[in-house]
Design a protein. Structure first.
Length: 412
């Protein structure tokens, strides 16, 4: 089990306010959650009592009728039909949960406690009954978030207070509204290894229309999950301290500014047809933008199209990472190359050396992006350019589709 936030229920710290009824605790949050099977609902019929601290706050509206609590073993969200929870159950308030009569359920993988079940799912605890199940104790207790890295999160971290260090909004999401409507309130944070996590904001949050900062630093929030995607929810803007210098990135292209079904036209990139006339095109699926090449429907006997990065200096050791996906696999149509003498227009006149990163292939699931892994550019005289080469043929049935996204070049 991974370390949780520092939740000391013995409170070996300066005295907190309020009176503790000292109700005997019978179960941990981790033990209670272990009773739940995703997609099912389970009634709690025995005398279960939890002791935990409140970590959520609805004062800004980014949490709504949700009370998230955490003990030393994990956290859980309680669905309640109450607003203004921060006035009654502020962050750091110790509570006891008398869970007998409540139900376990989940929403797209997020385990929750509620009052019952109907056709819509897990019900909120009615406002008139909340005090029956949630018993207030001391307040003003300190909860220290557990420091985590994006690539080492686990299910045991869900519904706990976490802190990420050396993170920043991806460049395409800097200066956007926190609850950017076109992105459904989902923005991306990244660390200096370019691992990403969604930071989700409600359109009802008081800071929904504030603009995201461009610096690097720390972010604290309650970790959630939606399907297989971890999500972070901040309580207010004080959970962010992004004022430092950004991680060094020489290329950070997620194709978010390209138009769907239009030829890719990104600054300083080259999009060139060597055979035939078809180029790499921009595509959008589920709000994700990417570059795509396919010979499907192309009448040219042969198609060879190159999507080539801007020049990359290598005086400081660098690496490149990217993601690829395939669909309707027919042929190994995608390969990756490097050149130190490409002039920006003449592909065939340049010298190219093939690279062998991990690429989507015949065994990859359709429409699923996979990481290339780190491709080390050390020792290659620069400046260099990386070329994504697609080959196919519509008349000959070589019509597999390949996609490229999230191309990043960073210092080693």
């Amino acid at each position: 089990m991974s370390p949780m936030a520092c939740v000391d229920l013995d409170f070996d710290q300066p005295p907190a306010g309020g009176i503790d009824p000292n109700i005997p605790v019978t179960t941990t949050i981790a033990e209670l959650k272990s009773r739940h099977v995703l997609g099912k609902n389970e009634e709690i019929t025995d005398d279960v009592v939890l002791g935990a601290l409140v970590i959520s706050d609805d004062a800004t509206g980014n949490f709504f009728k949700q009370l998230v609590i955490e003990d030393a073993t994990g956290g859980i969200e309680i669905r309640v039909d109450v607003t203004g929870l921060g006035l009654i159950y502020p962050v750091g308030r110790k509570v006891y949960i008398k869970a007998k009569g409540l139900w376990l359920g989940d929403y797209n993988g997020l385990t929750q406690l509620g009052a019952g079940v109907d056709a819509s799912g897990l019900l909120r605890i009615p406002s008139t009954l909340v005090n029956q199940y949630v018993i207030s104790a001391t307040y003003g207790n300190t909860v220290v978030p557990a420091v985590k890295t994006i690539d080492a999160l686990s299910l045991s971290d869900v519904s706990t207070l976490v802190k990420f260090e050396n993170v920043q909004f991806i460049s395409a999401h800097v200066g956007l509204k926190y609850a950017e409507a076109t992105l459904l309130g989902n923005l991306n944070l990244e660390d200096c290894a370019r691992k990403r996590i969604i930071i989700r904001s409600s359109s009802y949050a008081s800071f929904a229309n504030d603009l995201t900062p461009g610096g690097n630093g720390t972010v604290v929030g309650v970790l959630g999950i939606f399907g297989t995607d971890y999500q972070l929810t901040i309580r207010d803007l004080n959970d962010l301290a992004l004022t430092g210098e950004r991680c060094t990135v020489t290329i950070d292209e997620s194709f978010d500014n390209i138009a769907s079904n239009a030829n890719v036209d990104a600054p300083e990139w080259s999009n060139i047809a060597v055979k035939g006339t078809r180029l790499w095109q921009g595509k959008i699926f589920m709000n994700n933008h990417y570059a795509q090449a396919t010979a499907f429907g192309d009448s040219s006997p042969e198609m060879e199209s190159w999507l080539i990065t801007p020049a990359i200096t290598t005086t400081v050791p660098k690496k490149i990472t990217f993601e690829t996906a395939k669909a309707f696999y027919v042929q190994d149509g995608l390969s990756v190359w490097i050149s130190s003498n490409f002039n920006g227009t003449d592909v065939t006149g340049a010298t190219w050396t093939q690279l062998f990163p991990t690429l989507a292939n015949s065994s990859s699931a359709d429409n699923t992006f996979i990481s290339s892994g780190d491709v080390n550019l050390t020792g290659i005289p620069g400046p260099v350019r990386i070329g994504f080469r697609y080959v196919g043929s519509g008349p000959n049935g070589q019509t597999g589709t390949f996609r490229v996204d999230n191309v990043k070049v960073t210092n080693l």
